[in-house]
Write a protein that binds this ligand. Structure first.
Ligand SMILES: [Zn+2]
Length: 123
């Protein structure tokens, strides 16, 4: 039995034994190339409730968001009620990340709360 790899609890990446996934590390800011148009990019945000302490953490997932990632996050949110995932475009996250984080850190975040933030979708 037993899989040859572990899965990261947060993003589903396959990890070697003892390997720590980098999905929760703060993304290093890419040097903005002068004059280069910024590509529209999707960011995924994880809201995690610590099962022991009840503390709520909100952090971006440091991975490219493609269909596969979206499916993995949806599955994870279904299997782990303490995890919720949201996506929005990176420009919006860069601009309103602090506000969005503080709203998502509230004890209760309803679908209506998410809708009021605007431009962000729960997976
Ligand atoms: Zn991960």
């Amino acid at each position: 039995m037993g899989k040859p790899y572990r899965e990261c609890k947060f993003c589903g990446a396959h990890l070697d034994a003892g390997e720590i996934c980098d999905c929760r590390k703060p993304k290093r800011e890419p040097q903005a190339a002068e004059g280069a148009p910024r590509r529209m990019r999707l960011v995924a945000i994880c809201r995690e409730v610590d099962k022991d302490t009840g503390r709520i953490a909100v952090y971006p997932i440091n991975r490219e968001i493609n269909n596969e990632m979206v499916m993995a996050m949806k599955t994870r949110a279904t299997l782990n009620p303490e995890l919720r995932y949201f996506t929005l475009v990176s420009a919006r996250w860069e601009r309103f990340g602090d506000v969005i984080t503080s709203i998502l850190k509230r004890r209760t975040v309803t679908a209506a709360d998410v809708e009021r933030i605007g431009g962000i979708v729960e997976l």
